[in-house]
Design a binder for this molecule. Sequence first.
Ligand SMILES: NC(=O)c1ccc[n+]([C@@H]2O[C@H](COP(=O)([O-])OP(=O)(O)OC[C@H]3O[C@@H](n4cnc5c(N)ncnc54)[C@H](OP(=O)(O)O)[C@@H]3O)[C@@H](O)[C@H]2O)c1
Length: 282
Amino acid sequence: MQKYAVVTGSTDGIGLETCIELMKKDVYIIAVARNKEKAEIKKKEMMTQSSTDKIEFVFGNLDSTKSRDHIIKEIKKALSNKENAKIDYLVHVAGGISSYYINTPEAYEQTFAVNHLAVFHLTIELLPLMRHEKSDRILVTSSSSHYRTRIHWKDVMLKKHYLSLTAYKQSKLANVLFVREFAVRYPDTPIFAIDPGLVNTNIGFKNTKGIESFIWRHRALKGAHPKKPASEMVEIMTNPIYDTQTGLYYKHGKLKKSSHYSRNPKHAPRLWSLSEKLVYHK
Ligand SMILES: NC(=O)c1ccc[n+]([C@@H]2O[C@H](COP(=O)([O-])OP(=O)(O)OC[C@H]3O[C@@H](n4cnc5c(N)ncnc54)[C@H](OP(=O)(O)O)[C@@H]3O)[C@@H](O)[C@H]2O)c1
């Protein structure tokens, strides 16, 4: 049976390599991208490296409810054009960090909107399109940045005191809290937070300037090739030993305890309610 994956962040770094690894396993990819020209170039690279053409793109920015609604509609359309197509793997890789405060069209802070609210929104809307079998997987790319931080409940958009790292760390903690709460609410659909470790990608060169891009230029060189986390993620997606697990945090294929803060049972449901308000204005 043909398997299908929806992958965000497909045009660069870890997401690009994840698409290639999945295509090599004959999975059909519905890739989410914001830049059509870049996607066209990357599509050729993916097809050459995987020796298949099982990929199509849907386009839109993940930063607002309206543009995500469009992306969700396009994903549904892409699936409906195929016989018996369901989502086997929902893979959230898109993410970023920004040196400066960026307001989204909804006047939210961009890092929180793209790194967390997009994961929340797409998962809720695409869940009905999944196969609802133990082999389903939802993967959320988190980070060790989620340790030693908290959710800034009184100013989650960091309007008063914005710092790039504070915003990034909070969003990666939100990823872990989301995974934990989703696992409680939907125990039959395996979901995992993935810590890819330090990876040599372009993430630190987008929306960054001065000292931050300088630091990333040196730090990234110590990082792994994005093929490494990609193959670790594909292993979790395709190996049936993970069918009976959910809500867990993995780094390099090894189970790790997520932060103390993330394991406090108060925080995950609170973030879920806040995310509902921010996305659905409930
Ligand atoms: N690199 C690391 O060391 C590291 C470590 C821990 C965790 N992570 C996490 O891994 C994930 C992938 O990071 P990466 O290093 O592979 O970064 P990357 O190379 O910059 O790739 C990020 C991807 O997300 C897409 N994206 C970003 N903002 C978007 C938006 N508003 N709408 C739609 N797509 C958007 C980018 O599109 P464009 O191609 O158009 O830019 C790109 O395809 C992130 O969630 C990051 O937090 C990375």
